[in-house]
Design a protein around this ligand. Sequence first.
Ligand SMILES: Nc1ncnc2c1ncn2[C@@H]1O[C@H](COP(=O)(O)OP(=O)(O)OP(=O)(O)O)[C@@H](O)[C@H]1O
Length: 241
Amino acid sequence: MPTGPLLRVEGLTKGFGGVRAVDGVSLTLGAGTITGLIGPNGSGKTTLVNLISGLETPDGGRVLMGNVDLAGKRPDRIARAGIARTFQAVSLPEGASVLAAVAAARLERDGSIAQAEAHALWALERLGAADLAARPCAGLPAALRRRVELARALARQPAVLLLDEPAAGLTDGEKAELAGHLRAIAATGTALLVVEHDMGFLLPLAGHVLCLDQGRPLYEGPPDGVRNDPAVVAAYLGEGA
Ligand SMILES: Nc1ncnc2c1ncn2[C@@H]1O[C@H](COP(=O)(O)OP(=O)(O)OP(=O)(O)O)[C@@H](O)[C@H]1O
């Protein structure tokens, strides 16, 4: 399994009007590691993912893949550098079959539809979802829609995979299955950053956790230390959670 840092975020900052959504956040994602990103509502988690993936432009800071600074680059350039992501709200091409929807994520890179479909099937198989290939996206239940969205990201064979609340709306059984798939993806050397509110899902999965509060790092370290960290507990209590 490859090791070493794949992505280094340094001092990333983003304000919206008077709100400092992300305020000097640094983070290293190593090959084959799973990092959990937690924090109360509005603490900047999605904004951080948006900054790394190019959906938002940072006010300052760097997003380094090797020696290349991707901060402020367009999403397609960042995707080509090997960073893929999923969204909290899953959006699929409803008229397409699952296979076509996943293959579309590869079409730009693969010359032919046949090649893109082969990669799509490979991604679906890795998620135990090859049997969905011929089904239309429209009408799929929420858990399978999340699975298809993950397959779309995986089909790009990213070095870095950013997941925004991948377990939202899943049953306990589906969460356990997802955790197994994410571990298997990391085991091939992909670096995962997982935004998640469900601690029961995230803490056993992540090797490392970053907790944000009002855009600032509040805790960074092993998952074991999170629940007993006074600052983290206070931030969540303040939220009434
Ligand atoms: N496009 C935007 N315009 C203005 N303010 C924004 C925008 N995006 C985020 N914010 C603000 O930035 C802060 C961080 O929001 P963000 O969505 O990143 O938090 P979060 O930790 O992902 O929250 P949640 O857990 O609820 O998804 C919040 O105060 C939010 O209102």
